[in-house]
Ligand binder design. Structure first.
Ligand code: S3P
Length: 439
């Protein structure tokens, strides 16, 4: 695989050339889950004592969270593969400058909840993509609790003037684990018991992480409650491998009849594992080995290969919300399926690191595929042959990686423009792709 420097209109960026493959085989242990790494970074930075975090995500996003915690007084040290975070004991200092969240919506939204109860002023900024992502969704509940939040046209830069908070009963209007987490982190410090009801159950890493750091939370049906005024203590933890990074290699395994991929120490939290049902539904055969629990998170080894034909499927409703990060790669391999893929109820894709519906459609067409765009999804007929094309990553990590996987079965080479975006969640992606792709 070759990479060259390439000039785009806004900034110099890397073009990665991906050649087709004959098969996809190998075993690896993925870097730590991005979602869990964010939560461990924030809670370790807030807790009392020194947490030791192994297999922390190598992605830029969770490092933005660590950077923000350091800017508010946490001590972050790296020794080999272990990151030690000495927390602030529940008091977050006024940062000297802006809290720079980079490309990370998780950092900005979840940290908003943590600082909302603190007695200082915090100004959050991000890169070009993060600066247009919606922040009203956290302003609503946090202002009801008593924080004062200033947005710029509904986006960052965002200024939070924290203070004493009161508990609320909150019903999430959109399926968002980031919003739920912001309210939980604020509720941890509020007066009274904060409760949150979710119509669609989103990833529950915050609940597990809060418990691991010593907080008590209760759940009754779809209602989660947290009593304010609890303090947290440090933990030693190993972050499980990232299921959303695994999705790229699981989809690659689906593309070839004699594929075989083994992923060790993979996070298999049930709120993230619907991907495995989808992989099975599309014709993958999955063996799960050695499952154990670590700080509430399920971790195991999986072996995946393809059994029979590559089948398509319809994805909508709660499944679309639970697979939101995996939809770009499922869509990118959809033309190769027998009967196509239909995606609906996934409007949130339009407000991720890019408008992922528009970019998936544009890039599928660049590879010669037929696709129909809908406001909340797309229809991608099966039985299509793709040709190598020029892919616009939109500097979105998941678009970059999704089309690198589609390229493995295309006719001819594919150029991925803005391929450096992969490092937001998975800097090792192209190295591993090269290792597992058989040419
Ligand atoms: C995340 C939740 C999801 C997801 C994002 C990470 C999290 O976002 O898309 O990549 O770690 O809680 P929303 O909560 O906005 O759906």
């Amino acid at each position: 695989m070759a990479s060259t420097m390439h000039d785009t209109s806004s900034a110099a960026s890397i073009t990665q050339v991906v050649r087709p493959a004959r098969s996809f085989r190998g075993s690896l242990m993925l870097p730590g889950d991005k979602s869990i790494s964010h939560r461990y970074a924030m809670l370790a930075g807030f807790a009392e004592g020194t947490s030791r975090l192994s297999n922390f995500s190598t992605g830029a996003d969770p490092h933005s969270s660590l950077g923000c915690m350091a800017a508010m007084g946490a001590k972050v040290e790296t020794a080999g593969k272990v990151i030690s975070v000495t927390g602030t004991g529940g008091v977050l200092a006024q940062p000297k400058g802006d809290l720079d969240c980079g490309n990370s919506g998780s950092t900005m939204r979840m940290l908003a909840g943590l600082v909302a109860a603190q007695g200082e002023v915090y100004r959050f900024v991000g890169d070009e993509s993060l600066t247009v992502r919606p922040m009203e969704r956290i302003r609503g509940p946090l202002e009801k609790m008593g924080a004062r939040i200033e947005l710029t046209d509904g986006h960052a830069p965002m200024i939070i003037r924290g203070g004493e908070l009161k508990a609320i009963d909150f019903e999430t209007p959109i399926a968002s684990a980031q919003v739920k987490t912001a309210v939980l982190f604020a509720g941890l410090q509020a007066k009274g018991t904060t409760s949150i009801a979710e119509k669609i159950r989103t990833r529950d890493h915050s609940e597990h992480a809060l418990r691991a750091f010593g907080a008590t939370l209760t759940r009754e049906n779809d209602r989660l409650s947290i009593v304010g005024g609890q303090s947290l203590h440090a933990i030693d933890a190993t972050v499980p491998g990232d299921m959303s990074s695994a999705a790229f290699f699981l989809c690659a395994a689906l593309l070839f009849e004699d594929s075989n991929v083994v992923l060790d120490a993979l996070g298999m939290n049930p709120t993230r594992a619907s991907l495995l049902d989808v992989i099975t539904g599309m014709g993958g055969k999955i063996k799960v080995l050695n499952v154990e629990e670590q700080h509430g998170e399920m971790v195991g080894t999986i072996q995946v290969n393809r059994s029979g034909k590559l089948k398509g499927m319809d994805i909508s409703g709660a499944l679309a919300a639970q697979l939101i990060d995996e939809l770009p790669v499922i869509a990118a391999i959809a033309p190769y399926t027998e009967n196509g893929v239909k995606i609906r109820d996934a409007k949130e894709l339009r407000v991720k690191e890019s408008d992922r519906i528009a970019l998936v459609v544009k890039n599928l067409r660049a590879m010669g595929a037929e696709v129909t765009e809908h406001e909340d999804g797309m229809d991608i007929p099966g039985g299509q042959t793709l040709r190598g094309g020029v892919i616009d990553s939109g500097l979105d990590h998941r678009i970059t990686m999704a089309f690198s996987i589609a390229a493995l079965r295309a006719e001819g080479e594919t150029e991925i423009r803005g391929a450096e975006a992969a490092s937001v969640s998975f800097p090792e992606f192209f190295t591993w792709l090269d290792e597992l792709a058989i040419r």
